[in-house]
Design a protein around this ligand. Structure first.
Ligand code: SAM
Length: 401
């Protein structure tokens, strides 16, 4: 049927209405008239797929990737980069206003990505007779020759892997360093792969948790600090973008050398280590044991003394931690749990810096925190160009200070 796309949803899809029910259509832009077929019909919504474009938007561009219309990775490649940034900034305004009543004036201009293509330092390829990515919303594998958003060295390894016998494997993860020549390949599956000479050029190679050859970790740099990355540890996938994000966090901590700062959900300690020279002490908390081991290693490597790490669930640990006067939180998509929110509300922190990768859970948490803390400003940062995802750094200040 012929429909007009009215606006974007929060996942970069076009919204239209069919028989008064909302219908989401991928790869469409507001103002476009398209012929769609309904692919999913649920009680509250439908999903449609474009069969034909009748009128296209002047904002549409030709996606640089031939797999864009089917691959599950990117959502916005049909928009030029500056329009992608506008979309993300508006989306943050919209969500924060709707769910947390945050005024538009508090949302700062989005910080863009200097390299909107080839920025990812990590790729997870699926393997099943062929190697590639899953189709959007399914486990159907599409073989790909190249991914436009990963570092070019990842594509070189992919080209090589495509000529190899990958039977008995189900996944290959490739991680590269932005500032060192280091490359890590992690094979997953039933049987170790045959390792050829070419792959021996790789710095670090694993089969599942077993180191096959090379170094245990690869090195990465953010600012003047060096970090070790082990196969399963969380590390921001956009190294240059992460530095911009961490600089923003730093800017909120300058000026008081006596500060004691909690870094909750600290991963391999990156944010805490990055700000530790500004304050008297940092305490990091992280549930992943290997990430805490890496954090300790990163502390030693950078010769930093005033930071310590605790391994455990933030909700179970917070009440036992030494009291600090400022907090950084960088939780996973689910946001903060009730115990942690109550801990923040019960104690007096002059500033909370909330780093979030999900604006909806961020809004939910800000609404609760606003009982005691005022949202000063929120800065969206584009770490994931071509996708609908957006990171936000929020500064909250205790009311009445
Ligand atoms: C978004 S990452 C942030 C990592 C780090 N701040 C960075 O920038 O690299 C979230 C981290 O929270 C950790 N995590 C998830 N749930 C947790 C919990 N309940 N308690 C402590 N850490 C948790 C994850 O293992 C992950 O390292």
């Amino acid at each position: 049927m012929k429909v007009e796309i009215e606006k974007f949803d929060h996942q970069g899809r076009g919204i239209t209405y069919v028989h008064n029910k909302v219908c989401f259509v991928r790869n469409t832009l507001p103002g476009e008239i398209v012929d769609i077929k309904i692919t999913k019909d649920q009680k509250k919504y439908q999903e449609g797929e474009v069969r034909d474009f009748i009128h296209t938007s002047e904002n549409r561009i030709e996606p640089v990737c031939p797999y864009f219309s089917i691959c599950g990775g990117c959502d916005l490649m049909h928009l030029n980069y500056s329009d992608q940034l506008t979309y993300k900034e508006n989306k943050i305004r919209d969500i924060l206003n709707k769910y947390a009543n945050v005024g538009s004036e508090k949302i700062k201009p989005i910080v863009g990505n200097d390299s909107p293509l080839n920025y990812r330092n990590k790729a997870t390829f699926q393997v099943k007779d062929k190697i590639g990515y899953f189709e959007k919303g399914s486990y159907e594998l599409i073989a790909i020759d190249e991914c436009k958003i990963v570092d070019a060295r990842i594509n070189e390894i992919l080209t090589f892997l495509k000529q190899q016998d990958l039977s008995d494997l189900n996944q290959v993860v490739i991680r590269v360093s932005r500032y060192y020549p280091d490359l890590m390949v992690i094979f997953k599956g039933d049987k170790r792969p045959h390792i050829s000479q070419y792959l021996k050029l790789i710095t670090s190679c694993y089969f599942e948790g077993e180191l096959l050859f090379g170094t245990k970790v690869i090195r990465e740099k953010i600012g003047n600090l060096e970090f070790s990355i082990s196969p399963d540890a969380f590390f921001q996938v956009n190294t240059e973008g992460a530095e911009k994000l961490y600089q923003l966090v730093r800017s909120y901590l300058t000026g008081n050398k006596n500060d004691r700062v909690l870094d909750l959900y600290c991963g391999t300690g990156t944010i805490g280590l990055f700000v530790s020279d500004l304050v008297s002490e940092v305490i990091g908390v992280e549930v992943n044991k290997q990430a805490v081991i890496d954090a300790e290693e990163n502390k030693k490597k950078n010769n930093l003394k005033n930071i310590s790490f605790y391994c455990g669930d933030v909700a179970k640990m917070v009440s036992k931690l030494p009291l600090c006067n400022k907090v950084i939180v960088d939780p996973p998509r689910a946001g903060l749990d009730d115990v942690t929110l109550n801990y923040l509300l019960k104690n007096d922190f002059s500033k909370i810096i909330y780093v979030s990768c999900d604006p909806v859970t961020l809004a939910r948490d800000l609404k609760k925190l606003s009982e005691k803390y005022e949202v000063v400003e929120i800065t969206p940062v584009d770490l994931f160009s071509q996708t609908y995802h957006v990171e936000c750094v929020t500064l909250l200040q205790m009311r009445g200070l």
